[in-house]
Design a protein around this ligand. Structure first.
Ligand code: ATP
Length: 246
């Protein structure tokens, strides 16, 4: 469904993702796992088109970028939005508008059902700014339900989210898989990966391993990923292979 071909993505020519190749299996869930600074968020942003690769490419097969729902890390989202919960959920109808590009006023049945699915129907008219972190994440998952996308990408979706909410939202991930959607999520919790993500990409700027979760998350490979990270300089050296880069 999504193929990465020798993908290198840099910030001022210092690669955060370095010569990454492989493909995300369709209709299943893949976790992206790796140490801090491993390039996981950079990879998601490149797939969704917000960052341009220096070299290599992302290819979508049988799907377009417009059929993609992307949830960035909560720290990147402005929660002071002057909108109600139901308005934010309803804005999921405008796929082409970007995450918060346009807020709709179309309080339709799908939006209401999505809110019920995440257990927040009593909060429909509340301002988004009055929600806790966990409630806000439920609303963002409801918005994804409304988007009805075939590809769903989540960046650390369970950070600052309590165990109950995490379990509820993981049920939605399981539901999406059953519905044949493709889910890609950056995660730091190995138990969550093992329980809900059949596939894993373990990365440390480069691919350490990619495939079946049980065979990827071995002690040896995890050690390899953390050793690679331990030897990182504050900034990655310039990419020697890609010449001028970006
Ligand atoms: N906007 C930016 N400008 C310059 N460097 C950046 C920028 N964003 C990320 N980086 C650097 O790129 C590298 C990869 O960052 P990225 O956020 O992709 O890693 P990550 O694996 O998602 O990390 P974490 O688990 O800590 O969220 C890091 O060294 C980071 O400092």
């Amino acid at each position: 469904m999504i193929a990465l071909d020798n993908l290198t993505v840099s910030y001022q020519r210092h690669p955060a993702v370095h010569h990454v190749s492989g493909h995300f299996a369709a209709a299943t869930a893949t976790a992206i796992f790796g140490p801090n600074g491993a390039g996981k968020s950079t990879l998601l942003k490149t797939i969704m088109g917000a960052l341009k690769p220096d070299s290599g490419q992302v290819t979508f097969n049988g799907i377009s970028r417009r059929d993609l729902a992307y949830l960035p890390q909560q720290s990147e989202i402005d929660r002071s939005l002057p909108v109600s919960v139901i308005d934010l959920v309803s804005s999921g109808h405008w796929r082409q508008s970007g995450l918060f590009g346009k807020v709709g006023r179309h309080h339709d049945e799908a939006s209401w059902n999505a809110l019920v699915s995440v257990g927040l129907e009593d909060f429909a008219t509340r301002p988004v700014s009055a929600l806790s972190s966990g409630q806000f994440q439920r609303v963002l998952f409801a918005r994804i339900l409304v988007q009805d996308a075939r590809l769903i990408m989540l960046d650390e979706p369970f950070n600052a989210v309590d165990a109950r909410t995490t379990q509820d939202l993981l049920q939605l991930v399981a539901r999406w898989q059953k519905e044949g959607r493709t889910v890609i999520a950056v995660l730091h919790d190995m138990a969550q990966v093992h329980s809900h993500f059949p596939q894993t990409l373990l990365m440390a700027r480069e691919v350490i391993a990619w495939g079946d979760t049980a065979s990827v998350l071995t002690q040896e490979r995890l050690r390899q990923a953390s050793e690679t990270a331990a030897h990182w300089l504050a900034r990655a050296p310039l990419c020697q292979v890609d010449g001028e880069g970006a």
